[in-house]
Design a protein around this ligand. Structure first.
Ligand SMILES: Nc1ncnc2c1ncn2[C@@H]1O[C@H](COP(=O)(O)OP(=O)(O)OP(=O)(O)O)[C@@H](O)[C@H]1O
Ligand SMILES: [Mg+2]
Length: 502
């Protein structure tokens, strides 16, 4: 295969960590190369160097036989390398069309944007990818999945020779993933080359021809996909075997009612949501993106208003009109959107860890007790194996998976009675996922009521006692553990079956 891109002896360090340690790789014309490794292995840093978003300390990049050097992603795009970053970078307050063509809008004589032309061009572009999306709509109105697809299309619109995708499917549904893969294959046939980073190892076998494993910043191995198993990859990634990812469900009688939601509705978003959550129970919420699962969680937690309905905690009706009300009642919500409602990215790991539980650390004068705070932060880092050079590192500079672990650790600090986990293992490697599942079980066993919203069916089936399936804003089915099957859940999620729902 003709080579399109080569990286030679790339190294990059940040304070306290050698993120990429003398890595070389080669990418063929029309090749789909997967890149895997644990959280913090250096995948994003390496590819950001190739995509012009980071400068290497040393090493060379060779594109179609010529040595290149980039000062910015714009440089790389001009040369033919486009990258879709792990964290979304669209501008929510702008339209779909403006986001696709940011800085490349058709302008008229007076340098004014030609809106009609812009929308038309965007419409044409979207329909080329069979995407039924209004180019005028504001990006913040789109689901996370739609935003992610849009982000990818935006990168494709620059006609790159090499497209780097950093965990592109982390918030896509099965259908959206199938859609993405179809388009990747189409573009591959036209000669586009891909570097594809993922933690969902099964995807590698569907889309990639070769896979490179990184560990601790180092290149570990390159294998043809046809010659490795998922287990081989896992042991190369973590250097140990992981068995029984979801842990064992302990047979336990469920406790008293923790949370009850009655006739919760929000016009046009979700209708007549009724359910009960008991102490020690892990209750799953399945459904396609857009089914309204996150919206229900946000309403319970007080981020969005509700039009009607009642919420009971431990048998007493409670009023929640803002997140502070929920936190005071020890209801925690771990958002699917780390960047938005989750972490304070610009602040340190320590500040984030204590954020929702500040009160515990205030001494009489309301000053934070520094010694306690530091001890607490160090302890949380250890418990949740958050990989960071120190508690003073900015969360922004943690790897994506370690940011997620930080979010879990931060909310556990309020000693919650009810926890809503919204896609908690998105972008989290297998080792760390096992840790998060363990935490979830520990909390359930201690009597916390847990709601688990997830698009990962094996995860729901592996973890939950009971699963509610939403479709178009309504609960369409309820499945008990003994009846769990992907087929049944998917058929409810697609709106195909109805059950009597109590
Ligand atoms: N801008 C930065 N400043 C300081 N440290 C950084 C920065 N970017 C990355 N790091 C560190 O470099 C290491 C590699 O991080 P990187 O994001 O490349 O990992 P990753 O393999 O992409 O992990 P994940 O699967 O969690 O996304 C980590 O220890 C991370 O904390
Ligand atoms: Mg990363």
């Amino acid at each position: 295969m003709e080579e399109v891109l080569r990286a030679e002896n790339i190294s990059k360090s940040f304070p306290g960590v050698l993120a990429v340690d003398n890595v070389s790789l080669s990418l063929g014309h029309g090749e789909i190369l997967a890149l895997v490794g644990e959280n913090g292995a250096g995948k994003s840093t390496l590819t950001q160097i190739l995509g012009g978003a980071q400068r290497p300390d040393s090493g060379r990049i060779i594109l179609e036989g010529k040595t290149v050097s980039f000062n910015s992603p714009a440089d790389a795009i001009r040369a033919g390398i486009s990258m879709v970053f792990q964290e979304l970078s669209l501008v929510g307050s702008l339209s779909v069309a403006e986001n696709i063509f940011a800085n490349r809008q058709p302008v008229g004589r007076l340098n004014n944007v030609q809106w009609k032309a812009l929308y038309q061009e965007a419409q044409d572009f979207l329909s080329r990818f069979d995407l039924d999306l209004d180019p005028r709509i504001l990006v913040k109105r789109l689901s996370m999945g739609q935003q992610q697809i849009l982000e990818i299309l935006k990168a494709i619109s620059t006609h790159p020779k090499v497209l780097i995708l950093d965990e592109p499917t982390s918030s896509l549904t099965e259908n959206e993933i199938a859609y993405l893969f179809q388009n990747i294959r189409k573009l591959q046939e036209q000669g586009m080359s891909f570097i594809y980073i993922t933690h969902k190892l099964s995807e590698i076998f569907q889309i990639a021809s070769r896979v490179i494993v990184m560990r601790d910043g180092k290149y570990i191995a390159s294998r043809n996909v046809s010659e490795v198993s998922e287990n081989d990859l896992v042991s190369m990634m973590v250097g140990r075997q992981i068995t029984n990812l979801y842990g064992a469900a302990v047979e336990k009688p469920l406790g008293a009612e923790r949370l009850r939601v009655e006739s919760l509705s929000r016009k046009g978003v979700f209708q007549d949501i009724n359910f009960q959550l008991r102490a020690g129970e892990i209750l799953g919420f399945a459904g396609l993106v857009g089914a309204g699962r996150t919206e229900v969680a946000r309403a319970i937690f007080g981020i969005d208003r509700k039009d009607s309905g009642k919420i009971y905690l431990n048998g007493n009706e409670i009023q929640i009109s803002k997140p502070e009300d929920a936190i005071k009642r020890r209801i925690a919500y771990l958002t699917e959107d780390r960047k938005g409602w989750g972490l304070f990215l610009g602040m340190t790991v320590r500040e984030n860890l204590i954020a929702p539980s500040l009160k515990r650390f205030a001494s009489r004068m309301d000053f934070l007790n520094q010694k306690l705070v530091n001890e607490y932060a160090e302890k949380q880092i250890e418990i949740y194996s958050i990989q960071t050079a120190s508690i003073l590192k900015k969360v922004l500079h943690l790897s994506g998976g370690n940011q997620q672990k930080c979010l879990v650790a931060m909310w556990m600090g309020i000693q919650p009675e009810v926890v809503i986990f919204d896609e908690p293992t998105r972008g989290v490697d297998v080792g760390a996922r096992a840790e998060i599942y363990k935490t979830l079980r520990e909390f359930a066993n201690a009597g916390v009521g847990i709601i688990l919203i997830s698009s990962d069916l094996p995860e729901l089936i592996g973890m939950c006692d009971r699963i509610l399936v939403m479709h178009q804003g309504r609960i369409k089915g309820e499945v008990q553990r003994k009846d769990f099957s992907e087929e049944l859940i998917l058929s409810y999620a697609a709106g195909l079956e109805e059950t009597q729902h109590a």
